[in-house]
Design a binder for this molecule. Structure first.
Ligand code: BGC
Length: 360
C-alpha cells in the first residue's frame, strides 16, 4: 500500500510537471473526426486564428467515437482548460462528457452540433441549419417542371441533431411539392405515409431518417443509393431529383446514380463547399452546395471563448432547445453555390485557392 501511495504521489508530481512545462491550456477544442474534410477544415481555420492570441489552445479529434471524445474531454480537463469548444460525435452521448467539464466550472460551447438532453451546455455556436435544408430543397423545387418527378431523399446521422434540422428545413419546402404531385418520394415509405403532414414530430422525422440515413458515411451512402436503384422501377429513373444532406454523401450518391444507365439526368444537393464537391460542381456532377463559411464560425466561437476567459458579457442572438434547456446561441448565415456563382463565391472570395481546381 505504502509503495502504491509513493508511486501515486510520484505520478501526480510528474503529471503536474508535464502540465507546467507546456503551460496551462486555456481553451480545449474537440472535433468529431479527421476523416471528413469538413472537420479538418475547421481545425485548420482554428489554427489560423491562434497567432492572434496568447492563450494556449489545444485541438483534439475524437475519431468518430464517443469513448475517445470522452477521454479527450478528460485530458483537456486535466490540462486545466477554462473553456471547452466541442462538436459532438453523438449529440446524446456527449452529454456525459460535457457534464464532467461543467462540474469543473468549465464553460461549454457546443460548436456546430447541439449536445442534447443535458443542462451542461452554456452556449451554442452554429450555422442556420434549418436554412441549409430549406436551401437544398428550394434548389430542387426551382428546377422541377410538371408533375410526377422522382425524388430520392437522404439524411445525415440520427445521432446528430443537425440531421433533424436539415431534414426539417427540407421538409418545409418539399412537403407541399410532394402533396401537390410535383414530386413523389421513391425511397422512403415513411415519408410517403407522412406526405400530407406539413409539420413532423421528432419521432416522425426519426422514422423517415431511419430509412434514409447515410450516417454521414460515404460507403453507407453509396450502398444505400445502390439498394434504392436496384429496387426502383424504370419509371422511378430517367430525370431524377436527389436530396443529399452534405457534400461527402452527395459525391458518393452521385457516383452511384451516374453508374446507372437508366438515369438520364440527376439534380443533387450538398453542403459544406468541400474542395472535391466544388470540383464536382464545376464539372456538372453535383448541382449545388451550401457554403457554410467556417471562417465565420471559428471566429464566433473563438471570440466567445476569449470573452469568457476575460470575464466579458457574452452576446447571443437566439436559443435552441436541447431537450432539457434553451441553450443561448449565435448563428451564422449560409449561401447557395452552384455553377452560376461558384467562381465568385468560392475562388474570388478567397474561400479556396484557385490552384485547388481544374477549371475548364
Ligand atoms: C455538419 C455538416 C457536416 C456533417 C457531417 C453536420 O453536423 O453541420 O457540416 O457535413 O455534420 O460531418
Amino acid at each position: 500500500m505504502k509503495k502504491l501511495i509513493v508511486f501515486m504521489v510520484g505520478l501526480v508530481a510528474v503529471m503536474t510537471l508535464a502540465a507546467c512545462g507546456r503551460g496551462q491550456v486555456h481553451i480545449g477544442i474537440v472535433l468529431p473526426t479527421n476523416e471528413e474534410p469538413r472537420w479538418v477544415q475547421d481545425e485548420q481555420r482554428f489554427r489560423d486564428l491562434l497567432d492572434e492570441t496568447s492563450y494556449n489552445v489545444e485541438i483534439l479529434f475524437s475519431e468518430g467515437s464517443s469513448a475517445t471524445e470522452r477521454s479527450n474531454v478528460e485530458s483537456l480537463i486535466a490540462q486545466g482548460i477554462d473553456v471547452l469548444i466541442i462538436t459532438a460525435h453523438d449529440g446524446g452521448a456527449a452529454a456525459a462528457a460535457v457534464e464532467l467539464a461543467k462540474a469543473e466550472g468549465i464553460t461549454v460551447i457546443a460548436y456546430d452540433r447541439l449536445i442534447t438532453d443535458t443542462d451542461a451546455v452554456d452556449y451554442y455556436v452554429t450555422f442556420d441549419s434549418v436554412a441549409v435544408g430549406e436551401a437544398q430543397a428550394q434548389y430542387l423545387v426551382d428546377q422541377a417542371e410538371g408533375t410526377g418527378n422522382p425524388l430520392y431523399l437522404y439524411a445525415g446521422a440520427a445521432s446528430d441533431n443537425n440531421a433533424f434540422l436539415f431534414f426539417e428545413g427540407a421538409w418545409n419546402i418539399l412537403q407541399p411539392k410532394i402533396a401537390d404531385g410535383t414530386f413523389y418520394v421513391v425511397n422512403s415509405s415513411q415519408a410517403v405515409a407522412l406526405q400530407d403532414q406539413a409539420e413532423l414530430t421528432r419521432d416522425q422525422m426519426a422514422n423517415i431518417i431511419g430509412q434514409i440515413t447515410t450516417d454521414w458515411n460515404f460507403n453507407t451512402a453509396m450502398n444505400l443509393a445502390d439498394a434504392h436503384l436496384t429496387n426502383a422501377s424504370a419509371a422511378d429513373k430517367g430525370d431524377v431529383f436527389i436530396l443529399a444532406p452534405n457534400d461527402g454523401t452527395a459525391r458518393a450518391i452521385a457516383n452511384t446514380f451516374e453508374d446507372d444507365t437508366e438515369i438520364t439526368s440527376y439534380l443533387i444537393t450538398g453542403q459544406d463547399a468541400e474542395i472535391a464537391s466544388i470540383q464536382y460542381i464545376i464539372d456538372g456532377r453535383q448541382s449545388m452546395t451550401v457554403l457554410k463559411d467556417v471562417r465565420v464560425l471559428v471566429q464566433e466561437a473563438f471570440n466567445m471563448a476569449i470573452n469568457v476567459l476575460e470575464g466579458n458579457t457574452i452576446e447571443t442572438t437566439g436559443s435552441y432547445h436541447n431537450g432539457e434547456i434553451d441553450v443561448p446561441s449565435v448563428q451564422a448565415e449560409v449561401l447557395v453555390v452552384d455553377q452560376d456563382n461558384v467562381i465568385e463565391a468560392i475562388i474570388e472570395s478567397g474561400y479556396w485557392d484557385e490552384d485547388e481546381f481544374e477549371l475548364e
